[in-house]
Design a protein around this ligand. Structure first.
Ligand code: C5P
Length: 207
């Protein structure tokens, strides 16, 4: 069983996808981490041809060892960097095989990202598209960061999320839209447990 979970930054898709993976005992991949790892590899470089070449090289060399420094990977700045490397077609191509083989494991898998239902696993058994308004998303991300002891400037965070949404929406290669056969789940008014219950009900109802 392949479950594809897509949605914008801080929509709660990661929490939902990992909850689904636990519930159905499936391996889980947060594909945003791959783009974040590539973003970290080119942090500090100015955008231009050198930046692109370095990002492509980093994407080609990426393996699981680059996905362990969760604190650096999940920082808000790294999300912005990730969205910059994610518009490079060759970066997306280089990361495709890793994601595709993860999806094709014998028992199945849960993957979350932006283009899982449209590009990585258009053949997924269940597709969810998670949505939440940008204020709610900002507040959730702020609490996540605060829980880790980080100080949060909510105004700056809100703008980072909006900047990322705008870049992601214009990404010509991502297909960052809801697949026609994806179920829409709006989590603006749901807490984690309620959102997970709703997601499980959708999956159970599809199988
Ligand atoms: O999901 P997350 O917020 O961690 O993703 C970080 C960035 O990586 C996104 O803003 C997006 O630009 C990019 N991304 C992508 N395709 C994916 C997952 C993430 O382009 N499947």
């Amino acid at each position: 069983m392949i479950i594809a979970v897509d949605g914008p930054a801080a929509s709660g898709k990661g929490t939902l996808a990992s909850g689904l993976a636990r519930h159905y005992r499936l391996p889980y991949l947060d594909t945003g981490l791959l783009y974040r790892a590539v973003g970290l590899a080119v942090a500090g470089q100015t955008e231009g041809p050198g930046f692109e070449a370095a990002a492509i090289a980093a994407a080609k060399a990426l393996d699981a060892a680059h996905l362990t420094d969760i604190e650096a990977l999940t920082a808000a700045d790294t999300g912005v960097l990730a969205s910059k490397v994610a518009v490079i077609a060759e970066v997306r191509k280089a990361l495709f095989d890793f994601q595709r083989s993860f999806a094709l494991q014998p028992d199945g898998a849960v993957l979350d990202g932006r283009d899982i239902g449209t590009t990585i696993a258009p053949d997924a058994d269940v597709k969810l598209f998670i949505q939440a308004d940008s204020k709610a998303r900002m507040e959730r991300r702020a609490r996540q960061l605060e829980a880790r002891g980080q100080e949060v400037d909510r105004y700056a965070l809100y703008h980072q999320i909006e900047e990322r949404d705008a870049r992601d929406m214009q990404n010509p290669y991502g297909g960052f839209y809801k697949a026609d056969d994806a179920h829409l789940l709006d989590t603006t008014l749901l807490d984690i447990e309620a959102a997970l219950r709703a997601a499980i009900a959708i999956v159970d109802g599809t199988m």
